[in-house]
Design a protein around this ligand. Sequence first.
Ligand SMILES: N[C@@H](CCC(=O)N[C@@H](CS)C(=O)NCC(=O)O)C(=O)O
Length: 247
Amino acid sequence: MASLLKATRRLGAIAHSLNPSFIGHRYNTTMASKPIMLYTAGTPNGRKVSILLEELKAAYGLEYEYKKIEMGKNEQKEPWFIAMNPNGRIPVIVDRARDNFAVFETGAILLYLEEHYDKEGRFSFDPKTQPNECSEVVQWMFWANAGLGPMMGQAGHFKNAAPEKIPYAQNRYIDETKRLLGVLEIRLKDREYLVGEKVSVADINAWTWVAGHKFVGVDSIDEWPGVKRWFDRIAARDAVKVGFAIP
Ligand SMILES: N[C@@H](CCC(=O)N[C@@H](CS)C(=O)NCC(=O)O)C(=O)O
């Protein structure tokens, strides 16, 4: 095990020292000029990143390419992937324009893309002039990534994937999901977006989970009208439609 870990680390070091990237070479040398390479799958976490990348593409012309990770074959646990993300989960981005810098964890990826590629602050706020909005973005992102995502993920697991039906676990996570949708409702009942008056990374980060409500066992979000209005408003965006369909 220790030697496997060592070999994995060595592979990671080699991958990051090569330019053009080992990763780009492995999959698609012809498109290696596109600055962002996204490793993803069709899940709420993967879609957050493809949606923001589509928004940045529409706003600034940022180009990216993506590779679908075969989660059914555990491709995300292979050494080349672990070299980018020791956590062995999608999504990951590699920024070819910044020396193949790899970023994992959706919250970190969205904030990274915002910092480096949202220069006009179209999906973010100015830390100098809008420090409270910046803090609120972080608050809602931490809230979603520590609460909404994990709870809905577990609800989905016990509903769709667990080898045995465990009513206690199913109820626990579905009830927690509903409680968290209620928290979103408090925030959204009289406002259009989670922070400020425009769609931001905070909205995109939470929206893909809400989009998965049926899969985890919440048949409808009509019970939370503010959430429903917000959900529909974001769903209507062209970049959201395109990003949601990736990969
Ligand atoms: N906290 C992580 C969660 C990532 C995550 O759970 N990804 C799932 C797909 S949505 C995954 O890769 N699952 C495969 C596995 O666990 O091996 C993030 O926000 O990026």
